[in-house]
Design a protein around this ligand. Structure first.
Ligand SMILES: [Zn+2]
Length: 307
C-alpha cells in the first residue's frame, strides 16, 4: 500500500456507507471462481466478504482541495438525510474532514444515478434546496438531457423521475446548475473526460496538479476485480460494449501515466495504482492520507445546518 502526498492537491474520501452488497455473479454475470487465485488482493477482506460471499461496495464522494477551491465529486445516496444533515452519514463524514456544506465551491456530478446525486439537496420549510448553498453544481449537458422526458435514461429507468425532481430540479430552480460539454476544464488541473456506457453520457474527471495525475473513473469500473478482468461488464450498465471501451480507456490511461485511479464504489481506500501485468492489469490499493483541512487557507468551524 502506498501513501500519496501530492503537494497543492489534497483528497479525502467522504464515506456514506460500505458493506457486503452483491453476490459476484449478480454484479458480474461472467464471474468465474478461478479469479480467487489470480486476484487475491482484489478479493481480500476489504473487497470481498467471504462469510456472506458478497462483493463489498462503498458509496462515497471524493473531496478535493485544489488551489484553495473545495470540490465535491458526486454526493452519494442520501442515507438518513430525512433526519437532517446533522445525523446523515454523508454530512457527518464531510464534517469529519473539517468541511461544512457552505464551504463547498463546486459540486461535480459524474452522472445522474441515485447513489451519486441524492445529497444534492436538503428538505427545508420552503421545499428542496441545494445542500451546498455557495456551490455551483455541474453535470454533463448530454447526461442532463439523458434524464429529461424523452431521454433514453428516463425511458430505461422511469422510476428516476421523482428522485430527479427532488435532487436536480431544485438546482435548476435555484439557478446553481451549469451544464457542461464532455471535455471541459472546470478549474486549472481539473477537467472532464467522457466514459460512456454505464450511462450513455457519464463523465470521468482528470485531476492533475503537475505532480500526480488522478483519474476519477465515475462508474466505468465498479470493483477491483474489473482491473484484472476488464471484460467482466457489470449488470448495472446501460451499454456493455461501450462500458468496456471506457473501462479500458481509464485503465490504459492510469497504467501509461502512472495515474491513481479513484473509483466511485471501491471499498478499502477507494483508490488504486494500476500497472500492466502479463495478462492485463494489476491492482494495488493506495492510501490517500492528507485531508483538505490541512490545506484549506482558513479552515472553517463545522456549522451544522438546521433543516
Ligand atoms: Zn454508482
Amino acid at each position: 500500500m502506498r501513501t500519496i502526498d501530492s503537494g497543492s492537491l489534497q483528497l479525502s474520501l467522504i464515506r456514506e456507507s460500505v458493506g457486503a452488497a452483491f453476490p459476484p455473479a449478480t454484479l458480474f454475470p461472467d464471474f468465474g471462481d478461478e479469479i480467487f487465485a489470480r486476484a487475491p488482493v482484489a478479493l481480500g477482506p476489504s473487497y470481498y466478504n467471504a462469510e456472506k460471499q458478497k462483493l463489498v461496495s462503498s458509496i462515497h464522494s471524493w473531496l478535493l482541495c485544489l488551489d484553495g477551491k473545495l470540490v465535491l465529486i458526486d454526493t452519494g445516496y442520501g442515507r438518513g438525510k430525512e433526519n437532517g444533515i446533522a445525523e446523515a452519514p454523508f454530512f457527518l463524514s464531510l464534517a469529519a474532514a473539517g468541511v461544512a456544506p457552505a464551504d463547498i465551491d463546486l459540486v461535480v456530478l459524474t452522472h445522474l444515478h441515485t447513489d451519486h446525486m441524492k445529497n444534492n439537496t436538503i428538505a427545508t420549510a420552503d421545499g428542496w434546496r441545494p445542500a451546498f448553498p455557495n456551490a455551483r453544481y455541474v453535470v454533463g449537458r448530454r447526461e442532463y438531457a439523458h434524464w429529461q422526458p424523452g431521454g433514453a435514461g428516463l425511458a430505461l429507468h422511469p422510476g428516476q423521475a421523482p428522485i430527479l425532481a427532488e435532487t436536480v430540479v431544485p438546482l435548476v430552480e435555484a439557478g446553481c446548475l451549469d451544464l457542461i460539454d464532455d471535455e471541459t476544464e472546470l478549474l486549472p488541473g481539473l477537467r472532464t473526460m467522457p466514459v460512456p456506457g454505464h450511462t450513455a453520457t457519464q463523465l470521468a474527471l482528470l485531476i492533475d496538479n503537475g505532480e500526480q495525475l488522478f483519474v476519477h473513473a465515475a462508474d466505468s469500473i465498479h470493483h477491483p476485480l474489473q482491473v484484472h478482468r476488464p471484460e467482466w461488464g457489470s449488470s448495472l450498465c446501460e451499454d456493455g460494449p461501450l462500458a468496456l471501451r471506457s473501462r479500458l480507456k481509464v485503465l490504459d490511461l492510469c497504467a501509461e501515466r502512472g495515474a491513481i485511479l479513484m473509483a466511485s464504489h471501491f471499498a478499502g481506500t477507494g483508490a488504486a495504482s494500476i500497472t500492466r501485468s502479463a495478462d492485463g492489469f494489476h491492482f494495488e490499493p493506495v492510501e490517500i492520507t492528507r485531508s483538505p483541512r490541512a490545506a484549506h487557507p482558513e479552515p472553517q468551524p463545522v456549522r451544522p445546518q438546521a433543516v
